[in-house]
Design a protein around this ligand. Sequence first.
Ligand code: ATR
Length: 499
Amino acid sequence: MAIPKICLCAAGSTINADLAMVEQYRRYIDLVELRADCLTENERLHIRKFPELAGLPCILTIRRQVDGGAYIGGEAHRTILFAKAMAFANQDRSKNFAYVDFEEDFYVPSLQEAALAFDTRIIRSYHNLNECVTNIAAKINSLKITGYEIAKIACTPRNLHEVSTFFAEAMALSRGDYILCLMGEYGFPSRILAERLQSFLTFSSPADGIPQPLGAPDLDHVDPITLHDMYGIKRITRNTKIFGIAGYPLKSTLSPLFHNTAFRKHNLDAVYIPIRGKEYGEVKEFAGFIGMSGLSITVPHKESAFANLKLQSESVKQVGACNTLLRTAEGWVGYDTDGIGMVRALQDFLEKKTLSGLRVSIIGAGGAAKAVAWAVCKLHGKACVFNRTAARAKKLAGLYKFRFASLGPESIRLLGEYNDLIIQATSVGLDAVQAGPGTDPLYFYLFNGKEAVYDIIYTPELTPLLARAQSAGCRISNGRSMLHYQAYEQFKLFTGETY
Ligand code: ATR
């Protein structure tokens, strides 16, 4: 079994910028791909010396715009550039390009021969920015014109189902030299699970260009340190257990950082990946195809997960929601860890064991509010559920004999009666960049400064609601503590160990 190499994609505008990237990541990478198409015209004159300066095996790539690159010159000029980069082959092979990337339709016999003579391996590549390849085996065979090449397929699934199909096909291939890589919003699992795809390498990009909201990794690109240290891709084998978080749009999530760090601390052979999928059915299909051991379920799949459960744990029965799935010999079993996460987070926040004697407003009556209501009941709080759709508030409140009301100025008096603790559990304010219309679900309520306000949202760290409460002098908390506590419980379910 071969461990996939980590390749840094160096796409700076100057050779020096690319060399600086190599220096930054040298400890973590096996290869560097020089994206000569991204260099300025002038800098392209100097690509011949790159392998010697980089001191690592190098791939030379001059990607055309049609294939997602930045090269806009003609093919004749590109051929000359390739020729210059491969010319004057050095006796010391480490000073030559180890690999050169030629696209499927780029076949220049003299360059082919030069590559063969100078021991530069050809990566014969196929890119599709719009679709995913089906029948991978046939595509690999058609790419291997001489039999000496490494076939590369980089394509773009349009949904998670296509990712599953791609994985299923790749896992059934007999081992060979090829590179398989999925691009676009669904492609991320292919970067981490390159071992399952039996890919020769996996691509990574410098972190500088990757947005990192809240320190959570971006889910379209991954930098070498995150690949190496956080996902531990050099340790992934056929036996490694795979866990993950499934949701959509899943813009940013701290769960991979949390679980992977914990797997490492506990010395467990497991990895945790983010999985984007619009349909819950696709998530289950993916988990089945790659043999996942457990899943965290997030927006918008919690309700579907609950509705489709065949085996319910006690926590699911009690809370009436499901955010965790565990594969067992009998099938997938659903659990809820949000409820207990909320209990612990509220105990911390208020520095009290119970909420007895407190009057609590629960804002919202959706999936997340279910866990909140269960926790408030468990902690003996008296509550009123406020929701835009009053019927939903009524239904949730009915489960715990709480009061209910519509969410709006008409309920301001009632809100004033239940204002020792206000727990915000709607999706309003999520990802709000700044305060503005529609970002504060309690826009009609003026804080008196005595309320304790807990918002289950943690992106942004300070929602418009929390900011307003804070400036009125209230004690506030965002949802990070709940996130952590529910994750501790999940970790215990996944591994049987205490975090
Ligand atoms: P989640 O699993 O995140 O709780 P959900 O079940 O769709 O997602 O619930 C979203 C919650 O946010 C609901 O309480 C919803 O109110 P409705 O039941 O009336 O839909 C609330 N919500 C969403 N958008 C809202 C808005 N613009 N104003 C007020 N409440 C809103």
